[in-house]
Design a protein around this ligand. Structure first.
Ligand SMILES: NC(=O)C1=CN([C@@H]2O[C@H](COP(=O)(O)OP(=O)(O)OC[C@H]3O[C@@H](n4cnc5c(N)ncnc54)[C@H](O)[C@@H]3O)[C@@H](O)[C@H]2O)C=CC1
Ligand SMILES: O=C(O)C(=O)Cc1ccc(O)cc1
Length: 302
């Protein structure tokens, strides 16, 4: 069964991209949308991020067979409560949040009588808001679906089909495993970027203009990630606390080993580690999972 009416709650980067992608890839599917911010709703109408943008969350989901919540992780429960009056009994409720365990709990608590099938398209940029979305965001990107125990298999299959239609590669796993994997592949890298850019800008003997001027090195890549939305990332760390702390402990142990290698002049240890990590990068490139688009990450890229 394919979905005929998709409602999108939150019309920023992810919600806007879903709306544009549905129009491009599933032209027979109707989209409606809502955002809590009236300025975002106005911009979403101008850009046509959904066929119809409504001023009321319950009206935005009325008649939809799939609702996708595209709001910050910490706002999922509130957004779910606001749509409840407009839902039908068999509407599938999904989301795109970057962590999964706490969102699943919040959605099940808010909508205990509905089919909740959370998902996380591992696709994004450092840009946010209604101008940031683009139709090809999900092409050749993983989307991880995390069905809770007892989820309706047919509805899970429909959600998998939906994401594949938007160009994504889909994997299913449980929410706990998702949170652990994403802690190390996404959440901690963002934490490192936020921290190193903060450290550099706090240095008293390096001026701000020097930080900007000489940022052509590895630092420049960190500044892109450190420009990501503060509300979104605050919510990720508040909601994936256990997995992030577990992976952060491991990372800090490895960082301390690296500090000791530098202190002891242990070039062999450094060379071994850097060779291993270079091989990881090369296997990612060989799998075609780096992004060949030179301007990927820019909202105006299409
Ligand atoms: N930015 C990224 O690269 C990625 C983000 N995600 C996840 O997607 C979700 C959305 O992120 P973005 O689209 O980047 O954020 P965004 O900031 O571009 O858009 C979020 C929108 O939600 C609206 N909103 C907030 N609370 C609301 C509520 N209660 N009801 C209705 N609208 C509400 C905001 O006004 C905003 O327009 C987050 O949960 C994030 O973790 C997932 C993959 C990638
Ligand atoms: O822009 C980047 O480098 C990202 O890492 C985008 C991103 C951010 C959050 C996610 O949950 C998934 C992807």
């Amino acid at each position: 069964m394919s979905f005929s009416h998709v409602a999108i709650i939150g019309l920023g980067l992810l919600g806007g991209s879903i709306g544009l992608a549905v129009r491009a890839e599933l032209p027979g599917t109707k989209t409606t949308g809502y955002d809590a911010d009236p300025d975002v709703r106005a911009r979403a109408r101008e850009r046509g991020l959904a066929d119809t943008v409504l001023d009321d969350p319950a009206e935005a989901v009325r008649g939809a067979d799939l609702v996708i919540l595209c709001v910050p992780v910490g706002a999922m429960g509130e957004a779910a409560r606001a749509i409840e009056p407009g839902l039908s009994a068999d509407t599938v409720i999904s989301d795109v949040g970057s962590s999964k365990r706490s969102i699943t709990d919040a959605l099940v608590a808010a909508l205990p009588n509905h089919q909740i099938i959370p998902a996380h398209p591992v696709a994004g940029t450092e840009n946010s808001g209604p101008d940031a979305g683009f139709a090809t965001l999900f092409h050749q990107r993983w989307c991880i679906v995390t069905p809770p125990a007892g989820a309706d298999a047919e509805k899970v299959a429909s959600l998998v089909d939906f994401w594949e239609s938007l160009g994504a590669l889909v994997e299913t796993m449980d929410a706990e495993h998702h949170d652990l994997v994403l802690a190390v592949t996404s959440h901690i890298p963002h934490l490192i970027a936020y921290t190193i850019v903060g450290t550099a800008s706090d240095l008293e003997d390096v001026t701000r203009s020097e930080v900007i001027k000489y940022s052509a090195g590895g630092f420049r890549d960190f500044t892109r990630i450190a420009a990501s939305d503060p509300t979104m990332w605050r919510d990720v760390f508040l909601n994936n606390k256990d997995a992030v702390l577990e992976m952060l402990d491991r990372f800090l142990t490895d960082l301390a080993l690296m500090r000791e290698a530098i202190r002891a002049g242990d070039g062999e240890m450094m060379h071994d580690t850097f060779s291993r990590t270079r091989a990881i990068r090369r296997s990612i490139v060989a799998l075609g999972q780096d992004d060949p688009r030179p301007d990927f990450g820019r909202a105006d890229h299409e």
